[in-house]
Design a protein around this ligand. Structure first.
Ligand code: UDP
Length: 247
């Protein structure tokens, strides 16, 4: 597997099929593995945060989630084979897992959403085994019970939908403890599967201003700004590499 570095972050060059094969190998091996699907926003955060960058670079597999990463790899003269997004990887694993009998556990999203996403997976991928779900808003105090539950039902794949980078830190911190062969941060994928759109606070809904809330939602705004910053940093890195080659 060929690895590339973008702003100091590792990304692996592989197709969706190769990613699924790799994950099947991880399951066979049995020891815990961390998989990151890296988009431009998280790559830019990690560029400015050595702790997060270390977590990403220590992962067992880092896929190119998003066209920003694919563009950057190409720009730096180290193209990756294919874009492998979190939601697409989740679906490909559900498909393969339903044939191979893999056991899935879904942890994350608002109460009820992971269970709804699980139902959806059971409908769409007949024979899939979802062995547990838990919402992503439990307290630290409830964490030991969650870990115990996960260990008890022995999933092959633990999908962690806490949003990035919370899910990456959670996986890195609990990897050895939960001993699940494959742990993947899947961001808002459970919301997508369950068809749930996160709602605005109730007072905004009461004022009929939810549409406005969606447009100006701070996080989305900040997110939108991360992409040009990421692109500028990549262009700078590409220029530096050119200069180094030339000198
Ligand atoms: N979330 C969670 N616990 C938290 C914070 C967020 O489970 O403490 C969930 C949230 O409900 C949503 C997901 O994490 O389902 C974050 O989705 P988003 O699209 O913001 O993240 P991204 O896909 O960009 O990582």
């Amino acid at each position: 597997m060929l690895s590339r570095y973008i702003l100091g972050n590792r990304v692996d060059s592989l197709t969706m099929d190769e990613a699924v094969d790799k994950i099947a190998e991880f399951i066979k091996e049995g020891k815990p593995h961390h998989i990151v699907t890296m988009n431009a926003e998280i790559a830019y955060q990690a560029y400015n945060n050595p702790q997060l960058q270390a977590v990403i670079n220590r992962a067992d597999l880092v896929t190119a989630d998003g066209s920003g990463i694919v563009w950057a790899a190409k720009k730096l003269g180290k193209p990756v084979k294919e874009r492998v997004t979190g939601i697409d990887l989740l679906k490909a694993l559900a498909n393969e897992g339903s044939k191979r009998g893999w056991r899935f556990y879904l942890y994350g999203a608002a109460p009820g959403v992971a269970a709804k996403a699980a139902k959806r997976l059971e409908q769409d991928y007949v024979g899939i085994k979802v062995v547990g779900t838990k919402n992503g808003y439990i307290s630290e105090r409830e964490m030991p019970a969650l870990i115990k539950d996960i260990k008890g039902v022995k999933p092959d794949i633990l999908l962690v939908g806490l949003g990035a980078p919370r899910q990456e830190y959670w996986i890195a911190r609990h990897l050895e403890e939960v001993q699940v062969p494959v742990m993947i941060g899947v961001g808002g994928s459970f919301d997508v599967l369950a068809g749930v759109v996160p709602r605005a606070p109730e007072w905004i809904q009461r004022l009929n201003l939810e549409w406005l809330y969606r447009i100006v939602k701070f996080k989305r705004f900040k997110r939108a700004l991360a992409l040009p910053k990421f692109m500028l940093a990549v262009l700078k890195e590409a220029r530096q590499e050119e200069q180094e080659k030339g000198s």
